[in-house]
Design a binder for this molecule. Structure first.
Ligand code: 3HC
Length: 308
């Protein structure tokens, strides 16, 4: 409509304050990137300890970027990192944390009930025109928001980032069929404003990237289970033969084997259109590793050993 052509409206409506809920690798990464591109960020998590872990992660990741930006100047590196961290405020109070937000991005545990209940609370406290986004990797975006009012659902989308957020250029922007076109446009503007490239996608399991990556990872594990090759050779083959930066086992360990398992199990038992699909059949090898607490890089052991 006419409003879309008014430049003053476009400026005043730009996303400036963002609240990220969840201070894990993804949430901290999103907070870090938004702050790097001059947004005011509030990072919400349940405890001061969780917020502190998020801050450590951001400090470390920013330190890597700073070293490349100012290779000869440790003082400049510190200044740069501190100025970005200075734009990120931690909070353990969700309602306070979202009360001023132009955009709320949720990056908490991959559980539909927990996410729905979080957004019920967000809807109580966030401004009426706030964009609501979920970073879910495998749950239907529409279902996450299904209990909210039509007005809120019109402003809700998926914004799916990739690990490591600081380095990966893509963000999937997921339409729900209920969101206003303007919401998608604002999400696209935000993605570009934080130095990323968007890919727009319908609300289907795995969107684009995970719908292709998970079958690939599971097929690699099945090759291993059948004794076709060992994990090193499969990884070498895909890196040198297909140009992937990491092989499938390195990538699975990096993403987290618990996360990989949660995604495929979810789709195999309950995925819209994917239920019982042999692409996502449980793998004994994967189940065994996860049951033993061998979750990949984060636990020090997965398909490979990461203990120093
Ligand atoms: N923070 C900041 N910078 C980082 C970083 C981090 N956490 N991790 C890596 N980098 C930077 C490095 O500093 C380096 O920068 P430079 O090229 O400017 O010098 C660059 O990334 C490359 O890092 P390294 O040299 O240490 O190692 P690699 O060349 O192996 O790159 C990688 C690391 C970028 C992680 C690369 O291996 C890669 O792209 N791997 C694939 C990752 C991937 O596929 N992610 C998606 C997983 S799926 C997902 O997240 C979805 C979820 O829903 C499951």
């Amino acid at each position: 409509g006419i409003r879309a052509f008014s430049s003053s409206a476009a400026v005043s409506e730009a996303i400036k304050r963002i609240t990220v809920v969840g201070g894990g690798q993804m949430g901290a990464g999103i907070a870090q990137v938004a702050a790097t591109f001059d947004h005011q960020v509030t990072l919400v998590d349940v405890s001061p300890e969780a917020l502190e872990r998020g801050r450590q992660y951001m400090g470390k990741s920013l330190g890597r970027v700073a070293k490349k930006k100012f290779p000869e100047d440790p003082a400049q590196q510190t200044n740069w990192v501190d100025s970005i961290l200075g734009r990120i405020q931690g909070s353990t109070e969700l309602s306070k944390g979202v009360s001023q937000a132009d955009l709320v991005v949720e990056a908490i545990v991959e559980n539909i009930n927990v996410k729905q209940s979080l957004f019920a609370d967000v809807a109580q406290a966030a401004p009426a025109d706030c964009i609501l986004a979920s970073n879910t990797s495998s749950l239907p975006i529409g279902r996450i928001f299904e209990n909210l009012s039509a007005e809120r659902r019109a402003l809700a989308v998926g914004l799916h980032f990739f690990n490591p957020v600081a380095q990966m250029k893509l963000v999937e922007v997921v339409r729900t069929g209920e969101n206003r076109e303007e919401t998608v446009q604002k999400a696209l503007d935000f993605v570009r404003a934080i130095g990323k490239s968007p890919a727009v996608c319908q609300d289907t399991p795995g969107f684009i990237v995970n719908r292709l990556l998970l079958p690939y990872m599971m097929e690699a594990i099945r090759l291993l289970e059948r004794g076709v090759a060992d994990s090193r050779d499969i990884d070498t083959a895909m890196k040198l033969g297909a140009g992937y930066p990491m092989g499938p086992f390195e990538l699975a360990d990096y993403v987290g084997l618990d996360t990989v398992k949660a995604i495929v199990d979810g789709w195999y038992t309950d995925g819209e259109g994917l239920k019982g699909d042999s692409l996502f059949m449980p793998s004994p090898k994967l189940n065994e590793l996860v049951a033993a607490g061998n979750l990949g890089v984060k636990s020090g052991q997965g398909f490979y050993n990461y203990k120093k």
